[in-house]
Design a protein around this ligand. Structure first.
Ligand code: TYC
Length: 102
Protein backbone atom coordinates (compact mmCIF):
# COMPACT_ATOMS: atom_id res chain seq x y z
CA UNK A 1 0.00 0.00 0.00
CA UNK A 2 1.04 3.62 0.57
CA UNK A 3 4.44 4.00 2.16
CA UNK A 4 3.21 6.49 4.81
CA UNK A 5 6.20 6.15 7.11
CA UNK A 6 8.64 6.63 4.23
CA UNK A 7 10.69 3.54 4.90
CA UNK A 8 11.42 0.84 2.37
CA UNK A 9 9.71 -2.26 3.62
CA UNK A 10 10.69 -5.84 2.95
CA UNK A 11 8.22 -8.47 3.95
CA UNK A 12 9.58 -10.59 6.73
CA UNK A 13 8.68 -14.24 6.49
CA UNK A 14 6.06 -15.35 8.95
CA UNK A 15 5.37 -19.05 8.64
CA UNK A 16 8.46 -21.15 7.95
CA UNK A 17 8.23 -22.34 4.38
CA UNK A 18 8.92 -26.06 4.15
CA UNK A 19 8.77 -26.38 0.37
CA UNK A 20 8.59 -30.02 -0.65
CA UNK A 21 10.27 -30.85 -3.95
CA UNK A 22 7.90 -31.38 -6.90
CA UNK A 23 6.89 -34.98 -7.53
CA UNK A 24 6.53 -36.64 -10.92
CA UNK A 25 4.01 -39.15 -12.22
CA UNK A 26 5.48 -41.95 -14.32
CA UNK A 27 3.04 -42.92 -17.06
CA UNK A 28 2.87 -45.96 -19.26
CA UNK A 29 1.19 -45.71 -22.66
CA UNK A 30 -0.75 -48.24 -24.66
CA UNK A 31 0.28 -49.32 -28.14
CA UNK A 32 -0.87 -52.00 -30.57
CA UNK A 33 2.28 -54.13 -30.64
CA UNK A 34 3.93 -54.62 -27.26
CA UNK A 35 2.88 -58.02 -25.88
CA UNK A 36 0.77 -57.92 -22.76
CA UNK A 37 3.14 -60.29 -20.94
CA UNK A 38 6.05 -57.97 -21.66
CA UNK A 39 4.27 -55.01 -20.05
CA UNK A 40 3.39 -57.16 -17.04
CA UNK A 41 7.04 -58.15 -16.74
CA UNK A 42 8.15 -54.50 -16.93
CA UNK A 43 5.78 -53.49 -14.14
CA UNK A 44 6.99 -56.33 -11.91
CA UNK A 45 10.65 -55.76 -12.69
CA UNK A 46 10.94 -51.95 -12.49
CA UNK A 47 8.07 -50.96 -10.23
CA UNK A 48 8.04 -53.76 -7.68
CA UNK A 49 4.44 -54.67 -8.34
CA UNK A 50 3.03 -58.12 -7.71
CA UNK A 51 1.97 -60.20 -10.71
CA UNK A 52 -1.71 -59.56 -9.93
CA UNK A 53 -1.17 -55.77 -9.62
CA UNK A 54 0.83 -55.75 -12.86
CA UNK A 55 -1.85 -57.62 -14.82
CA UNK A 56 -4.50 -55.24 -13.51
CA UNK A 57 -2.54 -52.09 -14.38
CA UNK A 58 -1.51 -53.44 -17.80
CA UNK A 59 -5.21 -54.10 -18.58
CA UNK A 60 -6.10 -50.57 -17.44
CA UNK A 61 -3.54 -49.15 -19.88
CA UNK A 62 -4.71 -51.51 -22.63
CA UNK A 63 -8.33 -50.34 -22.19
CA UNK A 64 -7.86 -46.65 -21.31
CA UNK A 65 -4.68 -45.80 -23.21
CA UNK A 66 -2.54 -44.58 -20.32
CA UNK A 67 -2.10 -45.04 -16.57
CA UNK A 68 0.07 -43.73 -13.76
CA UNK A 69 2.52 -46.37 -12.59
CA UNK A 70 3.81 -44.40 -9.63
CA UNK A 71 4.86 -40.99 -8.29
CA UNK A 72 8.53 -40.29 -7.62
CA UNK A 73 11.15 -37.58 -7.15
CA UNK A 74 12.47 -36.13 -10.43
CA UNK A 75 15.64 -38.21 -10.29
CA UNK A 76 13.91 -41.51 -9.54
CA UNK A 77 11.20 -40.87 -12.16
CA UNK A 78 13.85 -40.08 -14.80
CA UNK A 79 15.73 -43.26 -13.97
CA UNK A 80 12.57 -45.42 -14.13
CA UNK A 81 11.59 -43.94 -17.50
CA UNK A 82 15.10 -44.47 -18.89
CA UNK A 83 15.22 -48.08 -17.66
CA UNK A 84 11.82 -48.95 -19.13
CA UNK A 85 12.55 -47.24 -22.47
CA UNK A 86 15.94 -48.97 -22.74
CA UNK A 87 14.51 -52.38 -21.82
CA UNK A 88 11.67 -52.01 -24.35
CA UNK A 89 14.02 -50.86 -27.12
CA UNK A 90 16.43 -53.73 -26.45
CA UNK A 91 13.50 -56.10 -26.92
CA UNK A 92 12.33 -54.16 -29.99
CA UNK A 93 8.96 -53.25 -28.50
CA UNK A 94 7.47 -49.77 -29.03
CA UNK A 95 6.34 -49.44 -25.40
CA UNK A 96 6.40 -45.80 -24.26
CA UNK A 97 6.97 -44.56 -20.74
CA UNK A 98 6.99 -40.86 -19.83
CA UNK A 99 6.92 -38.59 -16.80
CA UNK A 100 5.01 -35.42 -15.93
CA UNK A 101 5.03 -33.03 -13.01
CA UNK A 102 2.24 -33.86 -10.58
N1 TYC B 1 -2.25 -53.16 -26.42
C1 TYC B 1 -1.20 -54.18 -26.31
C2 TYC B 1 -1.68 -55.45 -26.98
O1 TYC B 1 -2.85 -55.61 -27.29
C3 TYC B 1 -0.87 -54.48 -24.85
C4 TYC B 1 -0.28 -53.29 -24.13
C5 TYC B 1 -0.74 -52.97 -22.85
C6 TYC B 1 0.73 -52.52 -24.69
C7 TYC B 1 -0.21 -51.90 -22.15
C8 TYC B 1 1.27 -51.44 -24.00
O2 TYC B 1 1.34 -50.09 -22.04
C9 TYC B 1 0.81 -51.13 -22.74
N2 TYC B 1 -0.76 -56.39 -27.22
Amino acid sequence: DKDDDGDIGVKLETRPKTKRPPMYKVLILNDDYTPMEFVVHVLERFFGMTHAQSVELMMTVHQKGVAVVGVFSHEIAETKVAMVMDFAARHQHPLQCTMEKE
